[in-house]
Design a binder for this molecule. Sequence first.
Ligand code: APR
Length: 229
Amino acid sequence: MKQKIVVLTGAGISAESGLATFRDANGLWEGHDVMEVASPQGWQKNPELVLEFYNQRRKSALGVEPNAAHKALVDLEQKFDVRIITQNVDNLHERAGSKHVLHLHGKLFESRSTKDESLIYPMEGWELNLGDLCEKGSQLRPNIVWFGEPVPLIEEAAEETMSADYLLVIGTSLQVYPAAGLLSFAPHDTPIYLIDPNAPAVQHRRNLTILQEKATVGVPKLVEQLLSK
Ligand code: APR
Protein backbone atom coordinates (compact mmCIF):
# COMPACT_ATOMS: atom_id res chain seq x y z
CA MET A 1 0.00 0.00 0.00
CA LYS A 2 1.17 3.51 -0.77
CA GLN A 3 2.26 5.73 2.09
CA LYS A 4 -0.04 8.65 2.76
CA ILE A 5 1.01 12.27 2.48
CA VAL A 6 -1.34 14.91 3.81
CA VAL A 7 -0.69 18.44 2.55
CA LEU A 8 -2.18 21.47 4.28
CA THR A 9 -2.00 24.52 2.03
CA GLY A 10 -2.79 28.20 2.47
CA ALA A 11 -2.75 31.39 0.46
CA GLY A 12 1.06 31.31 0.14
CA ILE A 13 0.99 28.44 -2.36
CA SER A 14 -1.06 30.55 -4.78
CA ALA A 15 0.88 33.78 -4.17
CA GLU A 16 3.35 33.17 -7.00
CA SER A 17 0.45 32.47 -9.36
CA GLY A 18 -0.60 36.06 -8.67
CA LEU A 19 -3.31 35.73 -6.02
CA ALA A 20 -2.87 37.92 -2.93
CA THR A 21 -2.43 36.35 0.52
CA PHE A 22 -4.56 37.58 3.42
CA ARG A 23 -2.16 38.71 6.09
CA ASP A 24 0.84 39.99 4.18
CA ALA A 25 -0.69 43.47 3.68
CA ASN A 26 -1.46 44.93 7.11
CA GLY A 27 -4.51 42.79 7.71
CA LEU A 28 -6.22 44.20 4.65
CA TRP A 29 -7.35 41.93 1.89
CA GLU A 30 -7.22 43.74 -1.46
CA GLY A 31 -7.92 46.96 0.44
CA HIS A 32 -10.82 45.63 2.53
CA ASP A 33 -11.20 44.83 6.19
CA VAL A 34 -11.71 41.05 6.10
CA MET A 35 -14.71 41.25 8.41
CA GLU A 36 -16.50 43.50 5.92
CA VAL A 37 -16.19 41.06 3.06
CA ALA A 38 -15.84 37.67 4.73
CA SER A 39 -18.27 37.43 7.64
CA PRO A 40 -22.03 36.95 8.08
CA GLN A 41 -22.18 40.45 9.61
CA GLY A 42 -20.54 41.93 6.52
CA TRP A 43 -23.05 40.10 4.35
CA GLN A 44 -25.97 41.42 6.42
CA LYS A 45 -24.64 44.94 6.24
CA ASN A 46 -23.71 45.14 2.59
CA PRO A 47 -24.35 42.08 0.42
CA GLU A 48 -23.63 44.03 -2.73
CA LEU A 49 -20.10 44.84 -1.58
CA VAL A 50 -19.51 41.20 -0.61
CA LEU A 51 -20.76 39.91 -3.96
CA GLU A 52 -18.66 42.45 -5.82
CA PHE A 53 -15.61 41.52 -3.76
CA TYR A 54 -15.93 37.83 -4.67
CA ASN A 55 -16.69 38.72 -8.28
CA GLN A 56 -13.31 40.43 -8.37
CA ARG A 57 -11.65 37.40 -6.71
CA ARG A 58 -13.17 35.13 -9.37
CA LYS A 59 -12.01 37.43 -12.16
CA SER A 60 -8.47 37.30 -10.76
CA ALA A 61 -8.60 33.52 -10.33
CA LEU A 62 -9.69 33.03 -13.94
CA GLY A 63 -6.64 34.95 -15.11
CA VAL A 64 -3.98 32.91 -13.29
CA GLU A 65 -2.39 29.49 -13.68
CA PRO A 66 -1.23 26.79 -11.27
CA ASN A 67 2.48 27.22 -10.45
CA ALA A 68 5.40 24.85 -9.96
CA ALA A 69 4.36 24.12 -6.37
CA HIS A 70 0.81 23.02 -7.30
CA LYS A 71 2.29 20.92 -10.10
CA ALA A 72 4.94 19.27 -7.96
CA LEU A 73 2.22 18.05 -5.58
CA VAL A 74 0.64 16.25 -8.55
CA ASP A 75 3.97 14.48 -9.25
CA LEU A 76 3.96 13.24 -5.68
CA GLU A 77 0.97 11.02 -6.57
CA GLN A 78 3.32 8.81 -8.64
CA LYS A 79 4.46 7.19 -5.43
CA PHE A 80 2.19 8.33 -2.60
CA ASP A 81 -1.45 8.55 -1.66
CA VAL A 82 -1.68 12.36 -1.58
CA ARG A 83 -4.50 14.14 0.22
CA ILE A 84 -4.60 17.90 -0.11
CA ILE A 85 -6.41 19.90 2.53
CA THR A 86 -6.52 23.48 1.34
CA GLN A 87 -7.71 26.65 3.04
CA ASN A 88 -7.74 28.26 -0.38
CA VAL A 89 -10.96 28.85 -2.25
CA ASP A 90 -9.24 29.00 -5.66
CA ASN A 91 -9.17 25.91 -7.86
CA LEU A 92 -5.47 25.82 -8.70
CA HIS A 93 -4.83 22.41 -7.09
CA GLU A 94 -7.58 20.86 -9.23
CA ARG A 95 -6.43 22.66 -12.35
CA ALA A 96 -2.89 21.39 -11.76
CA GLY A 97 -4.34 17.86 -11.64
CA SER A 98 -4.40 16.84 -7.96
CA LYS A 99 -6.94 14.06 -7.45
CA HIS A 100 -7.95 14.50 -3.81
CA VAL A 101 -8.56 18.09 -2.75
CA LEU A 102 -10.61 19.03 0.29
CA HIS A 103 -11.60 22.71 0.46
CA LEU A 104 -11.90 23.54 4.14
CA HIS A 105 -13.03 27.11 3.52
CA GLY A 106 -15.28 26.51 0.54
CA LYS A 107 -14.98 27.15 -3.16
CA LEU A 108 -14.84 30.40 -5.10
CA PHE A 109 -16.53 28.85 -8.13
CA GLU A 110 -19.65 27.71 -6.31
CA SER A 111 -22.70 29.61 -5.14
CA ARG A 112 -25.05 28.54 -2.40
CA SER A 113 -28.61 29.23 -1.36
CA THR A 114 -29.06 31.51 1.66
CA LYS A 115 -32.20 29.58 2.58
CA ASP A 116 -31.04 25.97 2.25
CA GLU A 117 -27.30 25.42 2.56
CA SER A 118 -27.49 22.04 0.86
CA LEU A 119 -28.32 23.83 -2.41
CA ILE A 120 -24.92 24.42 -4.01
CA TYR A 121 -24.37 25.38 -7.63
CA PRO A 122 -21.20 25.30 -9.74
CA MET A 123 -20.25 28.61 -11.38
CA GLU A 124 -18.71 28.87 -14.82
CA GLY A 125 -18.09 32.58 -15.03
CA TRP A 126 -17.14 35.20 -12.48
CA GLU A 127 -20.39 36.98 -11.77
CA LEU A 128 -22.83 36.57 -8.90
CA ASN A 129 -25.22 39.47 -8.28
CA LEU A 130 -28.08 40.65 -6.13
CA GLY A 131 -31.21 39.07 -7.59
CA ASP A 132 -29.51 35.78 -8.53
CA LEU A 133 -31.73 33.24 -6.83
CA CYS A 134 -31.64 29.59 -5.83
CA GLU A 135 -34.40 27.21 -6.97
CA LYS A 136 -36.33 28.05 -3.79
CA GLY A 137 -36.28 31.72 -4.64
CA SER A 138 -33.73 33.02 -2.14
CA GLN A 139 -30.61 35.05 -2.83
CA LEU A 140 -27.43 33.15 -3.73
CA ARG A 141 -24.21 33.81 -1.82
CA PRO A 142 -20.65 32.60 -2.37
CA ASN A 143 -20.10 29.05 -1.08
CA ILE A 144 -17.33 30.24 1.19
CA VAL A 145 -16.82 29.59 4.90
CA TRP A 146 -16.73 33.06 6.44
CA PHE A 147 -15.28 34.13 9.77
CA GLY A 148 -17.51 32.95 12.57
CA GLU A 149 -19.12 30.17 10.51
CA PRO A 150 -18.72 26.44 11.17
CA VAL A 151 -16.19 24.50 9.09
CA PRO A 152 -18.17 21.44 7.97
CA LEU A 153 -15.20 19.51 6.56
CA ILE A 154 -12.92 19.85 9.58
CA GLU A 155 -13.68 16.36 10.92
CA GLU A 156 -12.92 14.71 7.63
CA ALA A 157 -9.69 16.72 7.45
CA ALA A 158 -8.72 15.69 11.00
CA GLU A 159 -9.33 12.03 10.17
CA GLU A 160 -7.13 12.24 7.09
CA THR A 161 -4.39 13.87 9.15
CA MET A 162 -4.56 11.17 11.84
CA SER A 163 -3.36 8.56 9.37
CA ALA A 164 -0.67 10.67 7.67
CA ASP A 165 2.79 9.16 7.16
CA TYR A 166 4.04 12.64 6.26
CA LEU A 167 2.50 16.07 6.71
CA LEU A 168 3.44 18.99 4.47
CA VAL A 169 2.33 22.49 5.50
CA ILE A 170 2.72 25.06 2.74
CA GLY A 171 2.14 28.82 2.69
CA THR A 172 -0.13 29.29 5.66
CA SER A 173 0.34 31.61 8.62
CA LEU A 174 -1.53 29.09 10.85
CA GLN A 175 -3.49 31.97 12.37
CA VAL A 176 -6.95 30.66 11.65
CA TYR A 177 -8.62 27.86 13.59
CA PRO A 178 -9.75 25.12 13.36
CA ALA A 179 -7.50 24.64 10.30
CA ALA A 180 -4.32 25.50 12.22
CA GLY A 181 -5.20 22.88 14.84
CA LEU A 182 -4.91 20.08 12.26
CA LEU A 183 -1.17 19.75 12.94
CA SER A 184 -1.90 18.31 16.35
CA PHE A 185 -3.85 15.43 14.77
CA ALA A 186 -0.76 14.09 13.02
CA PRO A 187 0.73 11.06 14.81
CA HIS A 188 3.69 12.00 17.07
CA ASP A 189 6.38 10.46 14.91
CA THR A 190 4.96 11.72 11.58
CA PRO A 191 7.52 14.00 9.96
CA ILE A 192 6.18 17.50 9.35
CA TYR A 193 7.66 19.76 6.67
CA LEU A 194 6.85 23.46 6.80
CA ILE A 195 7.46 25.44 3.60
CA ASP A 196 7.07 29.18 3.95
CA PRO A 197 9.50 32.11 3.52
CA ASN A 198 8.15 33.45 6.80
CA ALA A 199 7.37 30.19 8.56
CA PRO A 200 5.05 30.36 11.58
CA ALA A 201 6.25 28.89 14.89
CA VAL A 202 5.18 25.33 15.64
CA GLN A 203 5.68 24.04 19.18
CA HIS A 204 6.16 20.61 20.64
CA ARG A 205 6.83 18.62 17.51
CA ARG A 206 9.52 16.09 16.91
CA ASN A 207 10.53 15.53 13.30
CA LEU A 208 9.77 19.09 12.23
CA THR A 209 11.69 20.40 9.21
CA ILE A 210 11.36 24.04 8.19
CA LEU A 211 12.12 25.06 4.63
CA GLN A 212 12.26 28.84 4.73
CA GLU A 213 11.56 29.16 1.01
CA LYS A 214 8.96 30.26 -1.48
CA ALA A 215 6.56 27.52 -2.49
CA THR A 216 7.76 27.29 -6.12
CA VAL A 217 11.30 26.66 -4.87
CA GLY A 218 10.75 24.62 -1.71
CA VAL A 219 7.92 22.34 -2.84
CA PRO A 220 9.54 20.91 -6.01
CA LYS A 221 12.75 20.34 -3.99
CA LEU A 222 10.96 18.48 -1.23
CA VAL A 223 8.86 16.47 -3.69
CA GLU A 224 12.01 15.32 -5.46
CA GLN A 225 13.47 14.28 -2.13
CA LEU A 226 10.33 12.34 -1.13
CA LEU A 227 10.06 10.62 -4.52
CA SER A 228 13.64 9.40 -4.27
CA LYS A 229 13.09 7.78 -0.86
N1 APR B 1 5.42 30.72 -0.88
C1 APR B 1 5.06 30.16 0.30
N2 APR B 1 4.48 30.85 1.29
C2 APR B 1 4.27 32.17 1.09
C3 APR B 1 4.61 32.82 -0.11
C4 APR B 1 5.21 32.05 -1.13
N3 APR B 1 5.59 32.58 -2.30
N4 APR B 1 4.24 34.13 0.01
C5 APR B 1 3.70 34.28 1.23
N5 APR B 1 3.72 33.10 1.88
C6 APR B 1 3.23 32.78 3.23
C7 APR B 1 3.28 33.90 4.24
O1 APR B 1 4.57 33.97 4.83
C8 APR B 1 2.20 33.47 5.24
O2 APR B 1 2.74 32.64 6.26
O3 APR B 1 1.88 32.43 3.12
C9 APR B 1 1.23 32.65 4.37
C10 APR B 1 -0.07 33.33 4.09
O4 APR B 1 -0.77 33.50 5.28
P1 APR B 1 -2.25 34.10 5.30
O5 APR B 1 -2.28 35.30 4.42
O6 APR B 1 -2.63 34.26 6.71
O7 APR B 1 -3.13 32.98 4.59
P2 APR B 1 -3.77 31.65 5.18
O8 APR B 1 -2.91 31.07 6.26
O9 APR B 1 -4.10 30.80 4.02
O10 APR B 1 -5.10 32.20 5.82
C11 APR B 1 -6.00 31.30 6.42
O11 APR B 1 -7.66 32.98 6.77
O12 APR B 1 -8.66 34.86 5.84
C12 APR B 1 -8.82 33.52 6.16
O13 APR B 1 -10.28 31.94 5.23
C13 APR B 1 -9.12 32.71 4.95
O14 APR B 1 -8.27 30.56 4.26
C14 APR B 1 -7.91 31.81 4.81
C15 APR B 1 -7.42 31.70 6.24
